[in-house]
Design a protein around this ligand. Structure first.
Ligand code: GLC
Length: 459
């Protein structure tokens, strides 16, 4: 099939099959298109997930379909939890049932996992909507302001810990099954940073009456979080050498090894992975148990939100270039590297057969993630040194072509398995919406003015 036909096919799938209407207006897209129209679809893939709609909403914003984005945001807001224990959280997903929208906050989820990212994404998307549509009325509405206040009640409140990170259980984000991602996983912290900065912008529309939480509170918190992440999560070959020589068992303030981390927890693969000039944000910091795995989405968001400096972004792109054989291979983009194997897999995933090594979240490849890397790279491209600029450009083109050549034939599979991503995911759904839209976004960004890659910028 020709490229133009494939684009048309993908757009038709999105608009005619994936988007759901409610009271005559679009409210979002289902996660995967069922094989036969009118059937319920598999498990909960027929529901509208907030996280799966992130690429959809970015695409609609770029197509200037602002009303659809506003309606999605307003619908999610009407489903923000009001019950005492979960007050302020947004649902992972929702679905129409007997004429009513029914939300899942985790009470129906496999393994009863809770999702934290949906709530953070809502604020990030609301900020993006206001920035791009220029709509000044929506954020001044009392319902929107009160939704943001309720979200901030969850974050800006006393807790048992002083650290500015958000502490979550295993599987609280896109990786929604046990994978040893409890504590302070990077993706949640990067999203928290984006949500705090986004909330700071949106609260300004309430003027001086923003109560109890103010823009200023959000900015102060976001700054502290950023300092913490840059200090404890950012690694390069140089920083690792410092980490390796730290004393342990220190007590009090002004010490070097706050989390009492033993040198032996620093894995040897890091040496080759980082090389001389690479850098990235590690997956997690916990007392005695850092997680050095590379998580693609958290790192992309760190760059897109300018949580890491332009210099650090260059080191991140160099790292991605030099590890392409791991991160892209035959289908971009590996979700995390390296996978948990053997005893680690058994103990830390609870023998999870969906997350076998090199599969699904555990080292599998997700085409839907590629556009995040694309915008991270493109928004910096003018400031990259010539060699890196050239490499990044051909890297993105190659990634797009891998998607173009395979995805339509593979029925827009949800994910790919194996060390080279040659196999369609063992339990992958077909016609997965974020695969389809991720491809459309890649096509858009490679052909549109570079400023479009600022779609998720916070300011
Ligand atoms: C799976 C994925 C999750 C996604 C959902 C719907 O549960 O792990 O990230 O949101 O499917 O596509």
């Amino acid at each position: 099939m020709q490229e133009a036909k494939i684009i048309q096919q993908a757009q038709a799938l999105l608009y005619d099959r994936a988007m759901v209407s409610w009271n005559g207006e679009w409210v979002g897209a289902i996660a995967a298109i069922p094989k036969q129209t009118g059937t319920g679809g598999d498990l909960n893939y027929c529901e509208i997930f907030i996280r799966d709609n992130v690429p959809v909403m970015a695409y609609l914003l770029l197509q200037k379909k602002y009303d659809a984005v506003k309606n999605f945001l307003t619908t999610c807001l009407s489903l923000q939890s009001q019950t005492p224990q979960t007050r302020g959280i947004f649902p992972t997903s929702f679905v129409e049932h007997d004429g009513v929208l029914v939300a899942d906050y985790g009470q129906r989820a496999i393994g009863r996992v809770i999702s934290v990212d949906a709530t953070l994404w809502w604020v990030v998307l609301a900020n993006a909507y206001v920035r791009h549509s220029g709509d000044r009325d929506w954020p001044t509405q009392p319902a929107v302001q009160s939704g943001i206040q309720k979200f901030l009640d969850l974050i800006l409140r006393p807790s048992f810990r002083e650290a500015p990170t958000l502490y979550v259980p295993d599987g609280a984000f896109m990786i929604d099954r046990p994978l040893d991602v409890w504590g302070a996983p990077l993706e949640i912290q990067a999203l928290l940073y984006g949500a705090l900065r986004g909330a700071a912008n949106l609260l300004r529309y309430a003027g001086p009456h923003s109560r109890p939480h103010t823009s200023h509170d959000c900015i102060r918190y976001a700054r502290e979080l950023r300092r913490h992440l840059l200090k404890h999560y950012w690694v390069t070959s140089k920083t690792v050498q410092v980490l390796r020589r730290r004393p342990t068992e220190q007590y009090g303030t002004g010490i070097q090894n706050e989390f009492n981390i033993q040198t032996e927890t620093i894995p040897h693969w890091l040496q080759e992975w980082l090389g001389d000039r690479g850098g990235y944000l590690i997956g997690n910091i916990r007392t005695g148990r850092p997680d050095f795995r590379f998580f693609s989405l958290g790192n992309c968001l760190g760059a897109i939100f300018d949580l890491i400096t332009p210099n650090q972004q260059r080191s991140l792109f160099r790292l991605v270039m030099q590890n392409q054989h791991h991160l892209v291979a035959q289908m971009p983009l590996r979700i995390c590297h390296p996978p948990l194997e053997d005893a680690d897999w058994r103990k830390k995933t609870g023998y999870d057969r969906k997350n076998l090594p090199w599969c699904y979240h555990n080292g599998g490849h997700w085409a839907s993630l590629t556009w995040f890397l694309c915008i991270a790279m493109q928004r910096q491209s003018q400031s990259l040194p010539e060699d890196l600029k050239y490499n990044v450009k051909s890297f993105l083109k190659n990634s797009y072509e891998l998607m173009l050549r395979q995805l339509p034939d593979q029925q827009w599979a949800e994910y790919h398995d194996g060390p080279t991503a040659h196999w369609i995911g063992q339990q992958a759904r077909t016609y997965q919406t974020w695969t389809i839209v991720g491809f459309l976004l890649m096509h858009h960004f490679l052909n549109a003015p570079e400023e479009d890659s600022r779609i998720l910028d916070l300011f």
